[in-house]
Design a protein around this ligand. Structure first.
Ligand SMILES: Nc1nc2c(ncn2[C@@H]2O[C@H](COP(=O)(O)OP(=O)(O)OP(=O)(O)O)[C@@H](O)[C@H]2O)c(=O)[nH]1
Ligand SMILES: C[S@@+](CC[C@H](N)C(=O)[O-])C[C@H]1O[C@@H](n2cnc3c(N)ncnc32)[C@H](O)[C@@H]1O
Ligand code: SF4
Ligand code: SF4
Length: 311
């Protein structure tokens, strides 16, 4: 039973909030969907992010994720985490390319960050340069190892699977993860209007269906994350692989429990849509009451619809 949680019209409880705190990034990945954001230079202050998180907590959100662009390019990232961590969420996490993580991991842990997902599609330097347009493989790996060392837990590696690019590296990446106690998260490549190169995702899409079948045969145990898009976790020996397979997947959207906030302070009901956003930050800046702001959250929740639906 979920107590004090708001549900949308499709009976999906709103349990998690993902705030994209900046559009800026120190990499330029070939496939990037920019968290579904339309480009804007606006950002919110740590105090404004705190106010938004406070309303979210009030309406029953349990888990908070900070994303970007890259959240670590913000010089006030530790202060942001500290403020949000004072609000008693069950889980505060952050998604990053890891390039600046060696520098920030300890400070983030001390500020109250629970865990981190780090994007690493390859262990090969040339492939890394091709995908990210930067030469930061060593920095990303050092960042990941530092996160493990300071006790952010669990650390997950996000590996977006691309045909003819890195499918052959899954085994090596799994070995790397097992060696360091990291969960490997395999992500299906998504096509979105926010990708700069719309042909890349179509040309390199690799269905994770057959891979899931193989993992089912290999796994000692399989666990389904009921309130997290029905994602499956496969436990194989000492290792753990989670599959994120959103493309044309009605089951994934049917248990989507996540609301989003754009860097310029709008409530975003779905990763893949920008036609149903609800303005929030100008109302905070104009001094609206907490009750009025809660109402705006509810409007955003009422705009939620599964992107993929059963026929
Ligand atoms: N279509 C869709 N894809 C998502 C959604 N959430 C995550 N993804 C995909 O999964 C990628 C990785 O997400 P992360 O930022 O690491 O967070 P997460 O895996 O959702 O969160 P945890 O499993 O709780 O660690 C995203 O960039 C998307 O490509 C979603 O709500 N819809
Ligand atoms: C937009 S990035 C923002 C956070 C951070 N910069 C990073 O790369 O982890 C969030 C996640 O989206 C994933 N991602 C970006 N574009 C994608 C796409 N077209 N399909 C699937 N995942 C994508 C990235 O690999 C990353 O794990
Ligand atoms: S590091 Fe993240 S936000 Fe930056 S370009 Fe790559 S996927 Fe996009
Ligand atoms: S409805 Fe589907 S596509 Fe939209 S955010 Fe939720 S899981 Fe992603």
């Amino acid at each position: 039973m979920l107590k004090n949680v708001v549900k949308d019209k499709y009976e999906r409880p709103i349990l998690s909030l993902r705030i994209t705190i900046t559009n800026r990034c120190n990499e330029n990945c070939i496939y990037c969907h920019h968290d579904g954001m339309v480009s804007s230079k606006d950002e919110m202050t740590p105090d404004e992010l705190y106010k938004i998180s406070k309303i979210a907590r009030k309406i029953g959100v349990k888990r908070m994720r900070l994303s970007g662009g890259d959240p670590l390019v913000r010089k006030d990232i530790v202060e942001i985490v500290e403020k949000i961590a004072s609000l008693d969420f069950n889980d505060i996490s952050l998604t990053t390319n890891g390039v600046l993580l060696e520098k920030y991991a300890k400070g983030l842990k001390d500020a109250g960050l629970d865990r981190v997902n780090v994007s690493l599609d390859t262990l090969n330097r040339d492939t890394y340069k091709y995908v990210t347009n930067m030469d930061y493989l060593n920095e990303a790996k050092s960042g990941i190892l530092k996160a493990v060392e300071v006790g952010l837990y669990p650390v997950k590696i996000n590996m977006v699977i691309m045909k003819d690019v890195n499918v052959h590296e899954i085994k090596d990446m799994f070995e790397f993860c097992k060696e360091h106690g990291i969960i490997l998260q395999l992500i299906e490549l998504i096509e979105s209007e926010n990708c700069e190169d719309d042909k890349f995702s179509a040309e390199h899409h690799y269905s994770l269906d057959s891979l899931e079948k193989k993992l089912t045969d290999m796994a000692d145990k399989v666990h389904e994350r009921k309130f997290m898009q029905g994602r499956k976790k496969y436990y194989i020996g000492e290792g753990e692989i989670e599959i994120v397979r959103p493309v044309d997947n009605a089951k994934f959207c049917a248990s989507c429990s996540r609301l989003r906030i754009t860097p310029d302070g709008k409530i975003k009901p779905c990763l893949l849509r920008n036609d149903n956003l609800v303005e929030l930050i100008s109302h905070i800046r104009n001094g609206k009451s907490e009750e009025e702001l809660e109402e705006l959250f509810i409007n955003g929740i009422n705009n939620r619809e599964p992107f993929n639906k059963e026929d």
